[in-house]
Ligand binder design. Structure first.
Ligand SMILES: [Zn+2]
Length: 491
C-alpha cells in the first residue's frame, strides 16, 4: 500500500487518498483512490488545464446547479427530488467535489464493483479489476469472455434504455457529454445496467465547450470534418447535444447488433488508410444498412434493424440515413428511451434452449421466428395485450397505448395499466400484476390492482386471475387513468 496523503476541498472538507507509483492515467487526468476505494481523487496531467478558468467554471456548474445526482435541496439540479437524485447517482460517476490543495483536482465516486471484471471472467485473459467498457462486449473481444459475462439480448435492451435515459437527463438540463463512447460508458450485461463516466468535460451552457477530441467511431461526422480548424474558428463544429445523439445511436446499435453502424467494406481512398478512415467516418460516412446505397453493406449481414421492430428501425434510419449528415434530424434521447421501452414490451423468450440471445423482438406475429437462431415460436405461446387509453372527454372511446407481448411469469407495472404513465426515474417500480401459463391456460394474475375486471365484467380482486382468451376485453384497473386491455392469441 502506498503513502496516505490528504487533499483539501474547496468547501473546506478534507479527504484522504493513497499515493501509488504509476497511478492510472486517462486523457486529461491521473487517479488515486481513497483508502476505502469508494472514491477517486483525480489531478490534471497538464498544469495549463488546471489553470484554465473555463475548466473551473465548468466543474463548479457540473457539481452544483447542473448536478442530477444531488437533490435541489442539497444544491443539485433544479426540480431534482431526493429519489431522482438517488436514481441517477447509480447511473453516473458524477464528480462530487473540487480539490483545492495540494493542487486543483476533483473527487468522483469509484466505479461500482459490478462494472469491473472479476477473476474468471475470461479463460484466456486475466481481466480482474478491469473496467467493463462496452467494446469488450460488442466487438470480437467477446470471444475472450465467458458466456456468463455476456448477458442476453434482453439485458442489452435494458442497458440501452438505461443509457438513453441518462443521456436524456443530461440533455434536459442543457448539458452535453461531448465524448460519449465505448470508453465512457461502462456496461454490465449480466444485470442490464450501465454507468456513464468521465463527466468532467461536459458542455455546459454559457461556457466555451471543453477541449475534447472525441473517440474514433463515435465522433459525429460533422465534428470530424472540421477537426483541423482552430478551436475558436466559427467554421469548426464543436461537441453539443446533436453530436451526443450521433454517439448515442452508435452505442445503441452496437449493443443490439454487436457491430458498428458505419464500419463496412466500402473503400473511399485506396492509397491512404488515414484518408480512408477520415472519409468513412466523416464527410462520406455511409450506414452499412442504408436502404438505397448498398455500397457499404457487408455480405454477411444476417440480423438487421428490421429484426428490432418498427420503433427502433425508424429511429436507426433517422439517425444513420436522414441524420447522419444532418444533425438536427437525429432522434432525441427521449425518443430512443420511449422506442426501447416499447421494444422491451415486445420481447419474447426464444424456445431454443441453446439460443445465445435467449430473447428476441416478436414484432411480426405472422412470422414468429427468432432472428438470432432461426428457432420458431409455438403459436399457443403467443399472447398479446393491446393497451387502450381513455380519450379525454369522449366517454367510451379509446386510443391505442401500446402492445405487450406476454411470457410466463412476466411482471406488469403501473405503466402497463395506467394512461400517461412511463417507466422513468419518477416511476413506481412495484409489480401490479403478472402473466401466468398454467395447465394450458394463460392467466393475468392481479397482484395489487383495484378495479380490475374479468372479460365477463366481474371484479377480479388482488390474488385472483382473469383468463386471457383470444378477443377478451377487460379493464386493467379502475379510475380515470385505468387502461382497457384487449387480448389476442396465436398471432
Ligand atoms: Zn433464438
Amino acid at each position: 500500500m502506498g503513502r496516505i496523503a490528504e487533499a483539501t476541498l474547496t468547501d473546506g472538507r478534507k479527504i484522504q487518498y493513497v499515493i501509488t507509483d504509476n497511478p492510472p492515467r486517462g486523457g486529461m487526468k491521473y487517479t488515486y483512490f481513497t483508502p476505502d476505494r469508494s472514491r477517486v481523487v483525480q489531478f490534471f496531467l497538464h498544469p495549463s488545464d488546471a489553470r484554465d478558468p473555463d475548466v473551473r467554471k465548468r466543474l463548479e456548474a457540473i457539481i452544483g446547479a447542473y448536478n442530477p445526482t444531488l437533490s435541489e435541496e442539497e444544491g443539485g439540479a433544479r426540480g431534482n427530488s431526493a429519489s431522482m437524485a438517488a436514481y441517477f447517482s447509480r447511473k453516473f460517476c458524477w464528480p462530487e467535489a473540487i480539490v483545492r490543495t495540494p493542487e486543483f483536482g476533483i473527487v468522483c465516486p469509484a466505479y461500482p464493483a459490478n462494472f469491473l471484471f472479476r477473476s474468471g471472467a475470461s479463460n484466456t485473459l486475466e481481466l480482474r479489476g478491469i473496467d467493463k467498457r462496452s467494446s469488450w462486449f460488442t466487438t470480437r473481444n467477446r470471444r475472450f469472455l465467458q458466456p456468463g459475462e455476456l448477458g442476453n439480448f434482453r439485458n442489452m435492451v435494458e442497458l440501452s434504455i438505461c443509457l438513453a435515459r441518462s443521456v436524456r437527463r443530461m440533455h434536459q438540463a442543457g448539458l452535453a457529454h461531448s465524448d460519449l463512447s465505448c470508453n465512457n460508458v461502462l456496461i454490465d450485461p449480466q444485470t442490464g445496467s450501465c454507468v456513464v463516466i468521465d463527466i468532467d468535460s461536459l458542455v455546459v451552457p454559457g461556457i466555451f465547450p471543453p477541449k475534447v477530441v472525441g473517440t474514433r467511431g463515435y465522433i459525429a461526422p460533422e465534428v470530424l470534418e472540421t477537426i483541423d480548424l482552430p478551436r475558436k474558428d466559427p467554421g469548426r463544429n464543436l461537441p453539443c447535444v446533436y453530436t451526443d445523439l450521433h454517439a448515442l445511436a452508435v452505442l445503441i446499435y452496437e449493443y443490439l447488433l454487436l457491430r458498428h453502424p458505419l464500419f463496412g467494406p466500402k473503400i473511399h481512398a485506396p492509397d491512404s488508410s488515414e484518408m480512408d478512415d477520415f472519409l468513412a467516418l466523416g464527410p462520406r460516412a455511409l450506414f452499412i444498412e442504408d436502404p438505397k446505397d448498398h455500397s457499404n453493406r457487408p455480405d454477411d449481414l444476417e440480423m438487421t434493424i428490421k429484426d428490432l421492430g418498427p420503433a427502433l428501425e425508424e429511429l436507426f434510419l433517422r439517425a444513420f440515413v436522414d441524420g447522419l449528415h444532418h444533425p438536427e434530424e437525429r432522434p432525441a434521447a427521449m425518443e430512443w428511451e420511449k422506442a426501447l421501452v416499447k421494444t422491451l414490451d415486445l420481447l419474447h423468450p426464444c424456445e431454443d434452449q441453446d439460443c445465445a440471445a435467449q430473447w428476441f423482438v416478436l414484432h411480426d406475429t405472422n412470422h414468429p421466428v427468432c432472428p438470432f437462431c432461426g428457432g420458431p415460436v409455438r403459436r399457443e405461446n403467443i399472447v398479446r395485450l393491446h393497451l387502450k387509453s381513455p380519450l379525454r372527454g369522449r366517454e367510451g372511446q379509446w386510443a391505442g397505448a401500446g402492445v405487450v407481448n406476454l411470457y410466463d411469469n412476466m411482471p406488469l407495472f403501473p405503466w402497463h395499466v395506467l394512461a400517461n404513465t412511463f417507466p422513468d426515474e419518477k416511476a413506481d417500480w412495484n409489480m401490479v400484476a403478472f402473466a401466468c401459463h398454467s395447465r394450458g391456460r394463460w392467466l393475468l394474475v392481479n397482484h395489487s390492482l383495484q378495479g380490475m375486471t374479468a372479460p365477463n365484467g366481474g371484479l377480479v380482486p388482488p390474488g385472483r386471475a382473469a383468463p386471457l382468451e383470444n378477443g377478451a376485453v377487460f379493464r386493467a384497473c379502475g379510475g380515470e387513468k385505468g387502461l382497457l386491455i384487449e387480448v389476442s392469441r396465436g398471432g
